[in-house]
Design a protein around this ligand. Structure first.
Ligand code: FES
Length: 150
């Protein structure tokens, strides 16, 4: 992100303390993470200590310091899903997308991560892409599910 882009975000969101989270949200939306370099520019421009920015970035679950894909694929590894084949779904996703667990595809389209029980064990095994939940998923359905997302 350039300094000019950051200036326009700051101009839009404001410079007071409550605006800080909004500024970080906008950076996250554009960069798919909060890059250290950009946080450094925010720190300098708003005279906010890096420790405070880091605290916010690690406190809110919606922020990440590591680049993530445009779509997050959560593979439920809760007990029921695991027993019903959750690991097989994870293996298929990682194999098809050529990434390690927790990794992001090189085109930044998908990030695949294991999660705990999603609260819908009756349709195990379950995966969630962004906010869409898919139940009774089989390995062979994985390509079709991924195709839905640009
Ligand atoms: S264990 Fe997967 S939804 Fe509960």
């Amino acid at each position: 992100m350039t300094g000019e882009e950051l200036d326009s975000i700051i101009e839009e969101k404001g410079q007071d303390a409550p605006a800080l989270v909004g500024i970080l949200q906008e950076i996250q939306k554009r960069e798919y993470c909060l890059p250290f370099k950009t946080l450094g520019m925010v720190s300098e421009k708003l005279d906010v200590p890096m420790s405070r920015l880091y605290g916010l970035a690690t406190f809110y679950k919606s922020f990440t310091l590591k680049p993530v894909g445009r779509h997050t694929v959560d593979v439920c590894m809760g007990t029921t899903c695991y027993v019903c084949g959750g690991q097989l779904l994870m293996d298929r996703l990682l194999r098809d997308l050529h990434i390690p667990e927790g990794g992001t595809t090189s085109d930044r389209k998908f990030t695949v991560q294991p999660v705990r029980c999603l609260g819908c064990c009756s349709i195990a095994p379950v995966i969630r892409v962004d906010s869409d939940v898919f139940g009774h998923v089989t390995q062979n359905q994985i390509p079709k599910i991924l195709e839905r997302y640009e």
